[in-house]
Design a binder for this molecule. Structure first.
Ligand code: ADP
Length: 490
């Protein structure tokens, strides 16, 4: 329905001409091998799998499938490098290699952004402005720590752990690789990394960067495959530490597999973040923050603001403004610079999201989706809100990992806190208010690893990130992120 705010949109005022990012400058090979011991090697499994573009359903490349024997080879290469050149190297020199990786990522930023968008379905704007610069920033940041560990942990000796097995998801493929690889290297470890099966390409491009940076062979090994390959890394006796980011379900499997072993681990798992809007908030700014928190990234973020609590006196205004804003969001070609919401990462993920839309309606929720057109081919989901839902509803409790927002109201501060904390997760949250005192009370009361105030989804390599409860174990980022890759002794 046209309201004064969105009248312009309905009159065609916001029609944009296509602004596609060119792909002439990128090179995607027809086939990718495993990166082990400094070389690209054929998998002993003899098998390859397709990686597709979720916006077109077309195949981008074929990628090697690593089996137990391949993982074993990668772990042995990492062990050899750990016992050899990498641990003998001066920390300051290790830092120089990490700086070099950061600089090459910056030089190849456009290529990385376009490939991330093609392989994962995310808008080029996000890949270009968030994923790639932040990935480079993580390498820069941790490069600086490599020769300063004694200052990070004064009075204690900090020793590397050995070989780190790292398993990452598909929502921020290059950035998650950077989160894992940069601190591991800065602390003197070697690495076996496995990207997600739907988004392996930027990790394989990172392998090229690592080779170009001249790191000693075997310091970073990248093996591709699905859950079995990940499980093989987790159970390999030659791995000293496991770092995992992904679903709570797989996190539980990994935790069970590691129980009783000497391996240290960090798990960064799911979330169901609450955004809380008080009546005194700047409403337009809050609405923009909500849209940024759940829609701009297809909801493909573990810290996505997927629950919204609005103080009762402003709920009508917030929902009206949110619906108006949703009408202006562009869903479609991820490579178009005007696109706000790209493709859902895979068919399986789209089916999961759609099943939650059914569940939400069956539970009695009122569903509203924007009316924008979506392309015929590919995996798409329009931005969606549910109102009329309650705390016990599954769309309020469970992680959907799609552009789906569940909206509820509250009257008092205490009610907002108790509703926000009524979740098995505790990764992130957001508060929108004009009052500093409320912000401080809120950040102390919301049981979440990070609480943003009057903003959302802001990241920086210097800040630790991680969750409470079922959202995980341990912290990544900042000084805390070093701790996870070191044996600290008195
Ligand atoms: P999502 O639900 O976000 O796809 P998953 O937890 O399924 O996340 O996957 C995250 C990563 O974990 C991927 O790289 C995937 O291949 C890997 N993985 C899946 N199952 C297992 C397992 N049993 N053990 C180790 N890694 C796994």
């Amino acid at each position: 329905m046209a309201t004064p705010e969105n009248k312009l949109a309905f009159e065609g005022g916001w029609e944009y001409s296509p602004a596609p990012e060119s792909t002439d400058h990128i090179k995607v090979a027809k086939k990718y091998e495993l990166f082990i011991g400094g070389d690209f090697v054929k998998p002993q499994s003899g098998k390859y799998f397709d990686t597709i573009n979720p916006a077109t359903e077309g195949r981008l490349s074929r990628v090697a499938l690593a089996n137990d024997a391949d993982v074993d080879k990668a772990v042995k290469a990492a062990r050899k490098a750990y016992g050899g050149p990498w641990s003998r190297m001066k920390p300051a020199d290790r830092g120089k290699y990490i700086y070099r990786i950061a600089r090459i990522i910056q030089e190849r930023a456009r290529e990385f952004a376009a490939i991330e968008s093609l392989d994962g379905g995310k808008p080029i704007r996000e890949a270009r402005d968030v994923d790639v610069p932040l990935a480079a920033a993580h390498f820069f940041y941790y490069a600086g720590w490599a020769d300063k560990l004694e200052y990070a942990f004064p009075g204690r000796s900090a020793k590397p752990m050995g070989v780190a097995g790292q398993i990452i998801p598909w929502n921020f493929p290059l950035l998650m690789a950077a989160w894992k690889v940069a601190p591991a290297l800065a602390c003197g470890n070697t690495v076996v990394l496995k990207p997600a099966e739907t988004t392996p390409l930027t990790a394989l491009k990172l392998a090229e960067v690592i080779a170009d940076a001249g790191l000693p062979d075997g310091v970073v090994n990248i093996v591709t495959g699905a859950g079995d390959t990940g499980a093989s890394i987790v159970s390999h006796p030659g791995v000293d530490k496991i770092a995992f980011t992904g679903s709570t379900e797989v996190g539980r499997i990994i935790q069970k597999a590691l129980a009783g072993s000497r391996k240290k681990y960090t798990l960064e798992l799911g979330g169901k973040a609450a955004n809380i809007i008080f009546a005194d908030a700047a409403i337009d700014q809050a609405v923009e923050g909500i849209v940024n928190g759940i829609f701009f990234n297809q909801g493909h973020v573990c810290c996505a603001g997927s629950r919204l609590f609005v103080q009762e006196s402003v709920v009508e205004e917030v929902i009206r403004k949110l619906r108006d804003r949703m009408e202006t969001l562009i869903v479609g070609d991820p490579l178009d610079k005007n696109t706000d919401i790209g493709a859902i990462n895979s068919k399986a993920q789209l089916e999961k999201i759609e099943s939650y839309l059914d569940i939400g309606r069956e539970e009695g929720g009122d569903m509203y989706q924007s009316s924008c057109a979506v392309p015929e081919k590919g995996y798409w989901c329009r931005p969606t809100i549910f109102t009329g839902v309650s705390q016990s509803n599954r769309v309020v409790q469970e992680e959907i990992f799609g552009p789906v927002l569940a909206i509820q109201t509250f009257r008092t501060f205490e009610e907002a806190i108790s509703k926000a904390n009524n979740t098995p997760y505790g990764l992130s949250g957001g508060v929108w208010t004009d009052k500093g005192a409320k912000i401080f009370r809120m950040t102390q009361s919301v049981r979440a690893g990070v609480v943003w105030a009057n903003t959302f989804n802001k990241f920086d390599p210097t800040s630790p990130f991680g969750g409470y409860k079922e959202s995980g174990v341990g912290r990544e980022g900042g000084l805390h992120g070093l701790d996870a890759y070191l044996r600290l002794e008195a």
